[in-house]
Design a protein around this ligand. Structure first.
Ligand SMILES: NC(=O)c1ccc[n+]([C@@H]2O[C@H](COP(=O)([O-])OP(=O)(O)OC[C@H]3O[C@@H](n4cnc5c(N)ncnc54)[C@H](OP(=O)(O)O)[C@@H]3O)[C@@H](O)[C@H]2O)c1
Length: 222
């Protein structure tokens, strides 16, 4: 099933989010290259071995060069360094789906945000790479639910996108709906909408502690 206008994706990050997104894209029939600080990263190599012939791994630059759509699944504190290593030339004019959260764990739990009020990590990315079509998405949901919304409440809950490029947002929303199974994708406007989506994660962490599970989500009801 082809639900995106590309067959090659680059995924930056080897953690649970990078692995979950990458595996879902492979299941949809795409080619995926997972990027890490160094080629041959242990987690990336293990993922490739399990994921099969459409999977490959390399440096952040290798993955960004390979993908015509790129997912940023690196830790918030490492995101700008990871994108620097991915190299501006490999990001130019491409869609970058940013799943990261600017979490600051320096004072322990619960975390705070390292971005100042009136800014967001997605905006910092967009400012650093002006021609890159940054779309903030999926950062409000735990990894397992990102690609399988029916794990919670029969799938009757919501995901959000924001970004400055309407066509990029539409392409990401189509992938979320037709590829990942989301019923409701809210357009939160331009990239400044990321202030709300990233700020929401403070609420998310509190709810996680209260509910005792990461598998929950919210639904906007009028
Ligand atoms: N976990 C979830 O369910 C969830 C849900 C929503 C959003 N998110 C967000 O999604 C992102 C990924 O989360 P995660 O839990 O999969 O993994 P994570 O532990 O937050 O991040 C893992 C990745 O970040 C890379 N990284 C860390 N510091 C770096 C640096 N200084 N330079 C370059 N790369 C660096 C790691 O590389 P190494 O392997 O080399 O250390 C690894 O590939 C995070 O921003 C997180 O806040 C996570």
């Amino acid at each position: 099933m082809q639900v995106a206008q590309t067959s090659n994706f680059g995924v930056l990050g080897t953690g649970v989010v990078g692995q979950t997104i990458s595996s879902r894209l492979i299941a949809l029939g795409y080619h995926v290259r997972m990027g890490a600080r160094q080629a041959g990263n242990e987690k990336a190599a293990a993922w490739v071995k399990a994921a099969g012939a459409s999977a490959s791994e390399g440096t952040y630059a290798d993955a960004a060069n390979f993908g015509s759509v790129i997912f940023n699944c690196t830790s918030g504190s490492g995101t700008l360094a990871a994108l620097g290593a991915a190299k501006a030339d490999n990001l130019r004019d491409k869609i970058l789906v940013d799943i990261s959260n600017p979490l600051d764990f320096s004072k322990g739990m619960p975390p705070s945000l390292f971005t100042p009020t009136g800014d967001s990590l997605a905006e910092q990315i967009q400012r650093a790479y002006p021609s890159t079509r940054v779309v903030k998405a999926l950062n409000t949901i735990t990894a397992s639910v990102m690609v399988e919304p029916t794990r919670v409440g029969g799938g009757e809950h919501d995901v959000f996108v924001c970004g400055n490029d309407a066509a990029a947002k539409a392409q990401v929303a189509a992938l979320l709906r037709d590829g990942f199974g989301w019923k409701t994708v809210h357009d939160f406007g331009d990239i400044t909408g990321a202030r709300a989506l990233e700020g929401y994660v403070l609420f998310w962490v509190r709810a996680w502690a209260t509910l005792g599970t990461a598998e929950f989500n919210l639904r906007l009801v009028r």
